[in-house]
Design a protein around this ligand. Structure first.
Ligand code: GLU
Length: 420
């Protein structure tokens, strides 16, 4: 694959997206400058005792992008490619995500540069606890509430919750979301991002008069988001999952696969690759398959000006954060491909995080159907606000989502004013 011409720096991309929407909204230069900068950035370097007795120093970040609307909110990522600019971009996207969903949070994100695949459970626990302790000066249920992201999960959140609780001397469940049920997690949080993505794709399909029953779906990334999305589309919409990939490669089947069987296979072998009755497909090829729905559910910067002309899907649902460059956005828009942008499409995760936090603060828990119903209401509401903006202003769906989100944050600034 040849290299795209455009930048893949996620923070530069995030700022371009703000510029584009800002122009359409006629934002004044000062406000634009505020929105293009994070409020607070914490970098921590901390030692961890490894299993072999050596000490390794890790670097982590927590960027608190904007809290005009409410407390900071956003996940923590463990990945070898984590950088300050990536965390800045992700925290920026969290700001717009919470705003477009209409939930009362600002945006933040954390990350630690590490390779979790090469670390033991003990090493991960020690690293997580020390990182939590380092960022404890700025997180808390009323300040900034972390959650899972790439290569972190309920166990990671449980360690953070315990670390913060030990320092306080009492349990503080509301300090993180995405926790296991036994310590104050919410029913439905596991699959929430994917369920929300399914609703977003369903609403887009309705507008395009595309029937989801029997529609073909390709999913890049078979982690928490991609796996549940494939399962829900298969089980609840009757769609045909023709391709899925993970970091080791992927599988293609014209007949379609049952994601639950693929998951069982992956749990045994460590990858979807080699699932019986399928042909191999690469992480690049999966994006260009002849399918109705394409869901990039892995990492940033995979849809660029280089491959966008060859994408054949009718709907793109961004399960991942930042998978598409602005140049690729323009190409999709011109080609009539409807893209459900990350800040809307994968907003179901943080929405149920919000529900979890509300349940923690009120110490009263909801049933799974209450969670799903409320999530559907929030997703459909956000979708309609974005779609109306798209139609009214004749912009693509990403710009429409940014315009809805930015309007909300700007309104918060208007009421609060600029201190002092
Ligand atoms: N990491 C997820 C995201 O990017 C969830 C964030 C949260 O629940 O706070 O949206």
């Amino acid at each position: 694959m040849s290299k795209p011409k455009e930048t893949l720096n996620p923070f530069e991309i995030a700022r371009t997206q703000i510029d584009r929407a800002g122009k359409k909204l006629n934002l004044d230069a000062g406000m634009l400058e505020i929105l293009k900068n994070p409020r607070r950035e914490l970098t921590v370097h901390f030692p961890v005792k490894m299993d072999d007795g050596t000490v390794k120093v890790f670097t982590g970040y927590r960027v608190q992008y904007n809290d005009a609307v409410g407390p900071f909110k956003g996940g923590i990522r463990y990945h070898w490619n984590v950088s300050l600019d990536e965390v800045r971009a992700l925290s920026c996207w969290m700001t717009w995500k919470c705003a477009v969903m209409g939930i009362p949070y600002g945006g933040a994100k954390g990350g630690v540069i590490c390779n979790p695949k090469e670390m033991s459970k003990d090493e991960l626990e020690h690293m997580t606890r020390r990182y939590a302790s380092e960022i404890s000066i700025i997180i808390g249920p009323e300040k900034d509430i972390p959650a899972p992201d790439v290569y972190t999960d309920g166990q990671t959140m449980a360690w953070i919750m315990d670390t913060i609780s030990m320092a306080k001397g009492f349990a503080v469940p509301g300090v993180v979301t995405g926790k296991p049920l036994a310590i104050g997690g919410s029913l439905g949080r596991d699959e929430a991002t994917s369920r929300g993505l399914m609703y977003a794709v369903r609403e887009a399909a309705k507008k395009m008069k595309l029937t989801l029953k029997g529609a073909t779906v390709a999913v890049q990334g078979f982690g928490n988001v991609g796996m549940h999305f494939a399962r829900l589309m298969h089980d609840e919409q009757g769609s045909k999952i023709v391709a899925v990939t993970d970091s080791k490669g992927g599988i293609f089947s014209e007949k379609g696969v049952d994601p639950k069987e693929v998951l069982a296979f992956k749990e045994k072998t460590g990858s979807v690759v080699g699932f019986p009755g399928t042909k191999p497909v690469s992480n690049e090829e999966v994006l260009e398959l002849e399918v109705d729905i394409l869901a990039p559910c892995a990492l940033e910067g995979v849809l660029t000006s280089e491959n966008a002309p060859r994408v054949k899907a009718k709907i793109i649902g961004e399960g991942a954060n930042g998978p598409t460059t602005p140049e690729a956005d323009d190409i999709f828009h011109k080609r009539g491909i409807v893209l459900m942008p990350d800040i809307l499409a994968n907003g179901g995760g943080v929405t149920v995080s919000y529900f979890e936090w509300v349940q923690n603060l009120s110490e009263f828990f909801w049933t799974k159907s209450e969670v799903d119903q409320k999530l559907e209401g929030v997703m459909v509401g956000a979708f309609n606000r974005v779609w109306d903006m798209r139609e009214a202003k004749k912009v693509d769906t990403r710009q429409a989502a940014y315009m809805v989100a930015i309007n909300r944050v700007v309104e918060a600034y208007k009421w609060r004013g600029i201190f002092p």
